[in-house]
Design a protein around this ligand. Structure first.
Ligand code: GLP
Length: 251
């Protein structure tokens, strides 16, 4: 069963993450961090960056693997997850960009029609994570429908990294990053699978606000089901779920 921590606000959640990761880096300077996009982890990255600076923690050997990426966007597009991870994590923390990987890096905007390249990218990404010794701490947000990464409801709980079609609701939700124009939102993505995510040694899922309350209740108290991919956290021996009162309101 996952450990549930209810905090007053995002800053407090961020501090818990920062303390955990700072302790990890002190004992393992080349720690492997699992990184996520979205608004939920931002306070955690900010708290970690502040701690790294205040305490002079050496992060030059820290490695990172991001959860997911859109397909068909050039890496330098401001909304690609490659750009987002570099802007929100790599730069503020002062990580070595060469040591941080995003699943679309090898595709660099290749069209989905480039079947061969795309088909092998997922396996190659999982192999790279394994070669790095696995992920030490994976940070996660959650979609209102219980998705983690881009594993939408119905995703196999044993899945590896692979190409997926984005569901319409996620494209609608993410249109705000693309001039509110859904036609600009990519139709496909590459995402770590639920099975990939479960291999990380410690999972830290962050959720804030009322609109995450139902997904959190399903994740924690619902049955383990592909209809709520985050419910797979119940299978993990070390999962920490950090929520505010609003996100915890249906528990
Ligand atoms: C996207 C990302 C997920 C993220 C989710 C929720 O779909 N692929 O990794 O968890 O959005 O985002 P937010 O934290 O902004 O609510």
């Amino acid at each position: 069963m996952a450990e549930i921590i209810i905090v007053d606000n995002e800053a407090e959640a961020g501090k818990l993450y920062a303390d955990c990761v700072a302790d990890l880096i002190r004992t393992k300077p080349d720690a492997v961090l699992g990184l996520a996009t979205g608004s939920s982890p931002l306070a955690a990255y900010k708290a970690l960056a502040a701690k790294v600076e205040a305490e002079g923690i050496d992060v030059s050997h820290v490695r990172g693997f991001a959860l997911d990426e859109y397909l068909g966007l050039p890496l330098e597009h401001p909304e690609s997850y490659h750009s987002t991870i570099h802007r929100t994590v790599v730069e503020p923390l002062g990580l070595n960009p060469e040591l941080v990987h995003v699943p679309g890096d090898v595709l660099d905007g290749a069209p989905i029609e480039d079947g061969d390249k795309v088909a092998h990218a997922g396996e190659a990404y999982d192999a790279a994570i394994e070669a790095a010794g696995g992920i030490d701490v994976q940070i996660l947000g959650i979609g209102a429908d219980g998705h983690i990464g881009f594993n939408e409801p119905g995703s196999s709980l044993a899945s590896g990294t692979r190409v997926k079609t984005l569901v319409q609701q996620t494209r609608v939700d993410n249109a705000r990053f693309f001039d509110d124009d859904i036609d600009q939102v990519p139709t496909h993505c590459i995402t770590q699978g639920v099975g990939t995510i479960l291999k990380a040694r410690h999972l830290v899922l962050l959720a804030f606000g009322e609109n995450k309350a139902e997904a959190i209740a399903q994740t924690v108290e619902g049955g383990i089901s592909a209809f709520c991919p985050a419910s797979a956290l119940q299978l993990h021996p070390h999962a920490t779920i950090i929520v505010d009162e609003a996100a915890a309101s249906q528990l």
